[in-house]
Write a new protein. Structure first.
Ligand code: GTR
Length: 329
């Protein structure tokens, strides 16, 4: 009799367990889709994979970040809208692209803002960077953290040696009001276009030039259709990974913290790959016959002076952050 009761009890619990689907083996992982514009082997995409690896490892496989590289989920602007709505879980993008939604980011991408990469990293990894990441929540995003993207430079179909050579040229910019204003300040015609359309726009003459860092100049093959590159280093625009607040609100506080920490811990790895690859990319485009113009300190000053109207147009809230950034030693 006793035996029968024991079997019955065990059987009962087994059925309850099956019915509730709580057996560990049966718990489905949380899958988060991350949209990435760059190809699979690009140093930024490798940073995404490192983030995904850390998330998987630290959650014991409970959370899986799937990286959709090479624009599989669309161009940056469209993807960001989807993230805001909760249709895509997260994306790694340039802060320029997000600045069309989170205008406070302008304070972090103004021309000639940072003295060098170290200065930028002190800002981003310090309280000022922390504060702007938090501000993303007001726009239905969660700012997870930053990646390195070096400095941006102009490249054109016709030779450009000085700032005045850019006058009247049609220059592709990212789809961000600040980038339009920056190129206009140089007397050029700003043409905002998605990243994936730039090659054909250069080829067909829709634009005369564009601007980006060494790795993107190489990976997109823009150098084939715009071989004059001027090292004016007008901006340092960091990359950001933003998640959908709607999606992350469904996770526990601990899991959200795990994502943020994994992103932070992927950063040094991505930065290291970036610094190495910048050199590789620069050499590759030089070897392929691009005409590279280095800028003298005096000419660089002219670029800086030309950008002054961009600063003059900034609202006081942005300038308050800019002044804080400048004060970081
Ligand atoms: C790259 C950046 C991309 C994209 C691109 C562009 O440097 O990594 O995310 O924003 O620039 O110019 O559109």
């Amino acid at each position: 009799m006793r035996k029968r009761v024991a079997w019955f009890t065990m059987g009962f619990f087994f059925v309850v367990l099956l019915g509730s689907g709580v057996s560990m083996a049966q718990t489905k992982p949380i899958v988060l889709k991350l949209a990435e514009t760059h190809p699979q082997d690009y140093p930024i995409t490798k940073g995404d994979y490192e983030f995904a690896r850390l998330v998987k490892e630290r959650s014991n496989g409970r959370i899986i970040v799937e990286v959709y590289h090479s624009k599989q989920l669309g161009e940056e602007r469209a993807v960001i809208e989807q993230v805001q709505l909760g249709a895509i879980d997260m994306t790694r993008v340039s802060i320029s692209a997000v600045s069309a939604f989170v205008r406070e980011l302008d304070a972090f991408q103004l021309p000639y803002l940072y003295r060098n990469a170290d200065h930028m990293w002190k800002v981003l990894n310090g309280p000022i960077g922390e504060e702007i990441l938090k501000k993303h929540e007001a726009y239905n995003f969660v700012g997870l953290g930053w990646f390195e993207a070096g400095s941006r430079n102009f490249y054109t179909k016709r030779p450009v040696k000085t700032v005045s050579d850019l006058k009247g040229m049609k220059i592709r910019v990212q789809q961000a009001p600040l980038m339009v204003a920056m190129v206009q300040a140089l007397g050029a015609v700003a043409t905002p276009l998605p990243f994936g359309e730039v090659y054909s726009a250069l080829q067909t003459g829709v634009v005369d030039g564009a601007e980006n860092n060494w790795p993107s100049y190489l990976s997109t093959s823009h150098y084939e259709v715009a071989k004059y590159f001027i090292v004016d280093e007008h901006t340092r625009v960091p990359e950001i990974t933003v998640a959908s607040k709607k999606v992350l609100d469904r996770l526990s506080k601990e899991d959200r913290a795990l994502l943020v920490q994994a992103m932070r811990d992927a950063q040094p790895y991505q930065c290291k790959l970036w610094v190495e690859y910048e050199k590789v990319a620069e050499k590759a485009v030089r070897d392929r016959g691009c005409v590279i113009t280095e800028v003298s300190p005096a000419e660089k000053q002219k670029f800086m002076d030309a950008m002054k109207p961009v600063y003059d147009k900034q609202p006081p809230e942005i300038m308050a952050v800019v002044n804080k950034i400048r004060a970081v030693k």
